[in-house]
Design a protein around this ligand. Sequence first.
Ligand SMILES: Nc1ncnc2c1ncn2[C@@H]1O[C@H](COP(=O)(O)OP(=O)(O)OP(=O)(O)O)[C@@H](O)[C@H]1O
Ligand SMILES: [Mg+2]
Length: 325
Amino acid sequence: MDFDLPWTEKYRPKNLEEVIGHKEIAERLKAFVKSKNVPNMMFAGPAGIGKTSATLALARELFGDAYSESLLELNSSDERGIDIVRGKIKDFARVLPLADVPFKIIFLDESDALTPDAQHALRRTMEVYAGATRFILSCNFSSKIIEPIQSRCVVFRFKPLSENDIREMLVKISNNEGIKISEDGIKAIIYISDGDMRKAINALQGASTLSKSISEETIYKVSSRARPQEIKEMMEFALKGSFVEARNKLDYVLLNYGMSGEDVLLQVYREVASLDVPDRAKVQLVDRIGEYNFRMVEGANERIQLEAMLAQIMLIGQNAHESKK
Ligand SMILES: Nc1ncnc2c1ncn2[C@@H]1O[C@H](COP(=O)(O)OP(=O)(O)OP(=O)(O)O)[C@@H](O)[C@H]1O
Ligand SMILES: [Mg+2]
């Protein structure tokens, strides 16, 4: 039933018109649909911004009812072995196109998960079936795709969605689901989603299970993020030498929001720019945050690293203060 569907699926764009943002890309795709002529394409860009959605919308517009027989979706990271991918492509390409479009589309999701060897095999496959198939490769990092494949594709770069793009979707869903969300709540989702629509929709749905009236606090709770202001306060305590207070703040965000060490570091990093310290101190802060991030990734004790970072912030604050004198 409808309300069991995750909202990311329920509100997935049904046609190219409904794809939010990416105006130029959508226009070019519409032109392909109109001429019933599609090149091999590569959709590159970060997660959750509409690469898969644009592909599905394109296929729907192009193939109409024959949509499901005319599009083969393959996930490169599930089906690591290129032999399996090739086998599926072969079976699919053997059956002639059904719609009045003379080709079928193969969508290779997460193609940057394919090893270079697999990519070379794929390049050959693309050539063999060039007559009756078109490929759309989606990837997060185009640099991981070998040059010969890139040169066979028209490359579209998808950018993170803007605040207004995210807002548009949040308002649409809230209205449709009968949810009240405060302006602060919307701003909080925009902050935590970082241009990723999937994250934004999931945060809204997560919060809506707690309450039909959504505030900033609910959003930060369901997404394990602290209010930016709280992180900033923690850093400001450290900068002015109040180590104990900074540590208390740290305890609070860790407990209250259930954040991981890396979550805290990421938010600390994002607040650097907004601090009232000289540029030199900001540079030092970023340098230190980078170091602690590396240590945590390598498995060092999170709690100790976070406190050590606060201590470093304190020293940087002291230096900045002294050089002002
Ligand atoms: N531009 C957009 N317009 C409208 N909805 C979007 C857009 N981008 C993402 N969404 C929503 O977010 C969900 C995830 O988007 P999609 O699957 O297209 O992301 P993706 O770019 O393919 O990400 P990934 O790299 O993780 O595969 C969709 O189901 C849809 O609900
Ligand atoms: Mg995708």
